[in-house]
Design a protein around this ligand. Structure first.
Ligand SMILES: O=C(O)CCC(=O)C(=O)O
Ligand SMILES: [Fe+2]
Length: 230
């Protein structure tokens, strides 16, 4: 979702629900420092434990197994190059509730890593297939439909995810997402910073080109906590 633009969810049921709104605070996850670069020590401190990358989270065979399961479902859809809210360019997507046993084990591992005990993960898992020319513009995931944690697996391609502070756009953090890694965004990284996936032409991490190929992400989210009754 574009910065500062409050948007409505898409008409009817659909996997994309990105709308800006209020920013409740919550916390915590691990990180690999070599895979993140921040605009300054203040941002690094603020996002420590809130934005992290686990390289090698998936093995090669696990990536292949997920791919085999996802390809037939994705192939039925067309890449879209103009989305309803313009947040994503060159993509197709789906939400999946039923997974093979092998994939369920992987998703359990994601949830066990990303979500503290007692948090309710969304049962639908979001699968986003970005064409080589596709990219994700800066947005904040809808607070209406998605809770404090976003955890995503990257298949087929490495990429760079950029976080930019909504309040001070000069504050940013880049996350290098190697192929087969898991990233986790929580608390301020999820609510107070936009996130985006850079297009191939702009895909650099710490000055180094990170070529963007076709990329499939498998994203687990949790339910928003309902407001306390007044
Ligand atoms: O592809 C990803 O890892 C992120 C996708 C995303 O930001 C979204 O669907 O809201
Ligand atoms: Fe998002």
């Amino acid at each position: 979702m574009h910065r500062a633009a409050a948007r409505l969810p898409p008409p009817g049921p659909g996997p994309l629900r990105r709308a800006a709104a209020a920013w409740p605070r919550r916390a915590l996850c691990g990180e690999a420092p070599a895979l993140v670069r921040a605009s300054g020590p203040g941002v690094a401190r603020r996002l420590r434990g809130q934005a992290g990358v686990r390289p090698g989270f998936l093995s090669g065979p696990e990536e292949a197994a997920l791919g085999r399961e996802l390809e037939p479902q994705l192939r039925r859809r067309r890449y879209q190059f103009d989305h309803w809210d313009g947040a994503i360019h060159g993509f197709r997507e789906t939400e999946i509730a039923q997974w093979s046993e092998e994939s369920q084990e992987i998703l359990q591992r994601v949830r066990g890593t990303a979500f503290p005990p007692g948090m309710s993960p969304l049962s639908l898992v979001h699968v986003l297939d970005l064409d080589k020319s596709g990219y994700i513009k800066p947005h904040v995931d809808s607070v209406k439909f998605c809770g404090c944690t976003i955890a995503g697996l990257s298949l087929l391609s490495s990429s760079v995810m950029r976080l930019v502070s909504e309040q001070n756009p000069e504050d940013w953090m880049d996350l290098f997402l190697p192929r087969r890694s898991l990233y986790i965004l929580r608390g301020p990284a999820r609510y107070e910073f936009t996130h985006e996936i850079l297009k191939d032409e702009e895909s650099f991490f710490d000055g180094q080109k990170i070529p963007r190929e076709r990329r499939i992400s498998v994203i687990c989210r949790n339910l928003p906590v309902p407001p306390a009754p007044s």
